[in-house]
Write a protein that binds this ligand. Structure first.
Ligand code: NAD
Ligand code: MG
Length: 344
């Protein structure tokens, strides 16, 4: 099958971004040479390490609402967000937990996917990253961050709601990295539709193709590459358990991902492959200002028991745990990272 235009573009980008094993040799020195920074910025002067003991108070470790009103077009851009999200750029320190793994991460340009890409690369995984064409500039920033970790990086630009792109992506990623051991499904779309009068079949189709169908396409295409010990990590949502009225289409897709994770774990453990998921609560990413109305953004995350939204950096370790050998006795599970809202 001929590569699509999107794949050709992505291959050019991977060449430009330095895909290849030449970065691998720098890995050990890069990771272990870093000084460990303290965990996350502080937003109340009185909340210092001296006052809190060994770790900052989770309620004040990151910005709290109210936030500035801000709206963006889908898919949103990190650089227009106020405050800027934290993806662990200056805090995540790896310790070889994914050394030698080859991971495909969807939606890696921004938000949770960017934090996962940084963490996986700093843990020693070679990474294949995907993003949409409109996100190429942000995507290049993430490629540079991953390359800085000293691993092999390949970037692919395209739309995972298209079956052909999703399937070809797998083979191209495996080709670029020399195989695949980890699939981290992070990409997702979340339209807000506040009434059944505004329901459109096309919107539901797009949500399901992006959030759910792509898991089937990519996993099926990846099977020939995945060996026993490989891992799959999905991204569902608090919405998959406690849906908001204006997010019906999204909530249906996210509940579907929880069940996909459970059922697929049963199928794939027969091959020695584990399948788990992460269910984020309200997280400060471009998905939010590009999908929810301003009045909600100003108070975003307030309802979480910690009283603030999570930052992408606070999700990364859950993905690392589920992707790595450390979770060897865990499969079919979805871990809630919700700031205290109990899901199950
Ligand atoms: P984000 O906007 O930074 O990331 C989502 C990414 O999905 C985009 O950057 C884009 O690259 C990708 N994407 C969307 N449609 C795509 C398509 N058709 N083809 C290819 N890529 C596509 O936002 P985020 O919050 O980091 O979202 C990551 C995941 O986390 C999503 O699955 C989202 O549903 C989930 N999630 C987010 C929150 C939250 O509050 N931010 C809460 C629960 C779950
Ligand atoms: Mg994005």
């Amino acid at each position: 099958m001929e590569p699509s235009a999107a794949v050709v573009a992505s291959l050019k980008m991977s060449e430009k971004c330095g895909s290849g094993s030449q970065f691998a040799s720098a890995f050990a020195g890069e990771i272990h040479g870093r000084e460990r920074p303290r965990a996350g910025p502080f937003y109340r002067e009185e909340m210092t390490l001296e006052h809190t003991g060994i770790a900052p108070d989770p309620r004040y470790a990151y910005p709290r609402p109210p936030f500035q009103a801000q709206q963006q077009e889908v898919p949103g851009d990190t650089r227009e967000m106020d405050p800027r999200p934290d993806h662990g750029e200056s805090s995540y320190v790896g310790s070889g937990r994914l050394r030698g793994r080859r991971a495909l991460i969807t939606g890696a340009d921004s938000g949770i996917g960017r934090a996962v890409a940084i963490a996986f690369a700093r843990e020693g995984a070679d990474v294949a990253l995907t993003f949409l064409p409109q996100e190429a500039e942000e995507g290049e920033e993430v490629v540079r961050l991953a390359v800085d970790a000293g691993v092999t990086v390949a970037a692919f630009v395209g739309d995972i709601s298209e079956e052909e792109f999703s399937r070809q992506l797998v083979d191209r990623a495996a080709e670029a990295l020399g195989g695949l051991d980890v699939l981290a499904f992070v990409a997702g779309t979340m339209p807000t539709i506040d009434g059944i009068e505004r329901f459109e079949t096309e919107t539901l189709d797009r949500v399901l193709r992006t959030n759910v169908h792509s898991l089937f396409w990519i996993t099926q295409a990846a099977l020939p590459h995945l060996q026993p010990g490989s891992t799959i990590v999905t991204t569902s949502s608090q919405q998959g358990f406690h849906p908001s009225p204006s997010l019906v289409e999204y909530a249906v897709s996210k509940a579907g991902i929880v069940n996909w994770t459970r059922a697929m774990s049963g199928q794939l453990i027969e091959r020695g492959i584990r399948v788990n998921g992460v269910a984020p609560g309200p997280i400060w990413t471009p998905l939010q200002p590009s999908s929810v109305p301003n009045e909600k953004i100003e108070h975003f995350g307030e309802e979480a028991p910690v009283g603030r939204p999570g930052q992408p950096a606070e999700l990364a370790s859950a993905y690392v745990f589920l992707a790595s050998q450390e979770s060897s006795y865990v499969t079919g599970e979805t871990i809630a990272v919700t700031g205290g809202t109990v899901l199950h």
